[in-house]
Design a protein. Sequence first.
Length: 321
Amino acid sequence: MNPAELSPRDAWQRYVDRRRPESTEHSARSYYYSLKLFAEWCEDNQIESVSDFTGWTFESYETKRSGDDLAPITLRREMQTLKQFVEYLERIEAVEQGLSEKVHVPNVDPEDESSDTKLPSDQATALLQHYRQTEPASRRHAVLEVLWHVGCRLGALRGLDVRDYYPEEQYLEFHHRPETDTPLKNKMDGARPVALPDPVVETLDRYLDSSNYWEKYDDHGRQPLFPSRQGRPGHNTVRTICYEATLPCNYTECPHDRDPESCEWTKRNQSSKCPSSRSPHQIRTGSITWQLDSGIPPEVVSARANVGVQTLRKHYDKAGA
C-alpha cells in the first residue's frame, strides 16, 4: 500500500501503535485522544488521505481547537503532538518532507505551562507503594505522602511543626504564623485541619520514630515536622526533596534510556533536570486531580487544599489530561 493513501484515522492508529512500546501508558493515552480529535475533524472536513494535508489543514484545525476554549497549554500540547505525528508521516514517506514545519505550535506563558504539568496518579501510586516497601521511614517518603494525600502548597508544608501533627486523631493542622516566618498564602483563611488516611499516619509515625528524623529547632524555637540539618527547611530544600522523591528510576526503569548509576539527574542538586521529576506545585496539581477523580466532592477538596472551588476547576482539575 502506498503510505500516502493512508486515511487520517489509519495513520493515527498506526502512529499510536508505533509509539506505544516506547511510551508510558499516560503518554500513549495522550497521543491517542489528542490525535483522535484530529482524525475525526479530518473526516468531518472530507480530508480522506494524509496526502491531502497542507499548511491550511493545520491552520484550520488550530483555529477550530482555539475556539473550543482550551487552556493555552492544552492547545500547545495538542499541536506539538500533531507536529510529531506529521514528522512520523514524513519519515515513512507518506507526506512531503518539511510538511511538519507548517504545524504551528503556539507559545504559552511559563505559569500556564507549569500549572498543567502534574504528577500522574499512576506514577504517584507506584512511587508510594515503592517507598512503603523499601524506605517506609524516609523523609522524602513522608513528604510525598503528605503532599499527595493533602494537596497542600510548598509553603504550607514547610511551615508544619511536630506539634501540628495529631497522630491519635489522625489529622494535620495548618497555621498562619507570619511572625515566625511561616505565613500561609491565604493567611488566616488558609488555617485549617486536614484529616489523614491510615497510610499517611503510619508513615509519619515511622518517620518521627526513626533516625531519619532530625530533632531540630528553627530560629524561633519551633520544631519543624520536616527539618533540614540546619532547622526549618528552605523553599529550595523542599523543592529538591520533591524532585528526588519523584524520580521514576526510584521505582522502575528509566523512561529516558539512562543508567541511574551514572545519570547526573540522580544527583541531589540535579534531580530537577529530569523530565519526569516533579515540583511541589506539580504534585499538588496531580493530587487535586486525583482527589476529584476519586469522587471526593469539590467543596471537600477545596477545603483540604485551600483553593477556591472555581479556581480549582479552572486551574487544577486536569482530569483526563
